[in-house]
Design a protein around this ligand. Sequence first.
Ligand SMILES: NC(=O)c1ccc[n+]([C@@H]2O[C@H](COP(=O)([O-])OP(=O)(O)OC[C@H]3O[C@@H](n4cnc5c(N)ncnc54)[C@H](O)[C@@H]3O)[C@@H](O)[C@H]2O)c1
Length: 257
Amino acid sequence: MQVLENRVALVTGAAGGIGRACALALAAAGARVAVTDLDPFALNELVAEIRTTDGDAMACRLDVADEASVAAAFDRVIETLGPVSILVTCAGIMAEGPAAAHDITDISLDDWERIQAVNARGTFLCIREYMRRHRKTPVQNGRIITLASAAAQLGGYRGDPCYVASKAAILGLTKIAARQAAGSGVTVNCVAAGPVKTGMFERAMNSEAVPGLVEKIPLGRVGEASDVAAAVTYLAGDGGAWVTGSTLDVNGGYRMQ
Ligand SMILES: NC(=O)c1ccc[n+]([C@@H]2O[C@H](COP(=O)([O-])OP(=O)(O)OC[C@H]3O[C@@H](n4cnc5c(N)ncnc54)[C@H](O)[C@@H]3O)[C@@H](O)[C@H]2O)c1
């Protein structure tokens, strides 16, 4: 029997680098995976890839910033695959491109609200929905895994302030959710990733700055999405059963202290 057999996982931001890797890893471990993102069509290829390896998956549109969309997605996933056992919240955005303000005094309220809406509110809405459903229909070995960032732990050497603050909100929310969900046997943990080679990284990072960044990473490389997915799979599995309220650093030693 595979580690995650008979478990249903819902992954947000699954069209992105880390979400996709998490969906593939959870499916490879036997979970039936609902891959969700803003554009469900972008997910069809991922569903097909999972099915070629005998995995089970479905695609579902989900805007994590929208309360009704989150509820509707949970309805659809539960109807199709059954109660959600594992929630992985990968959907996230940061200010990008030349217009991205890194000085607090230059940040517009619109930018602040836009980034909090996806990263902080979106994580809150998904956790709340999971916990509401779980209280009505408990499932064994419940797991919630959130995605924060070394940027929130470090104050973000190069991160934009909206992003850093939104990821810090996730660190705190993960702990309070862990306390409240523990009584129903659900663990809640956060993976704080360092720099990982994905679309977000490529868009935010000037390629000339990459060698300088790598020099600051003791393990001597930028992370792969699969590095994060491996940590998520560990937390989702039996090995993570007595781990809750933790922040797992997956950063090549970038934040060693
Ligand atoms: N890549 C890194 O270096 C890094 C480091 C630390 C943490 N993270 C975090 O990991 C998570 C995944 O990031 P990634 O690097 O794979 O980025 P990515 O840009 O490749 O993927 C992010 C995904 O989130 C989706 N998304 C955006 N807004 C959404 C919304 N409102 N509703 C649903 N989906 C939405 C996007 O469509 C995209 O597919 C993010 O939360 C990010 O903050 C990334």
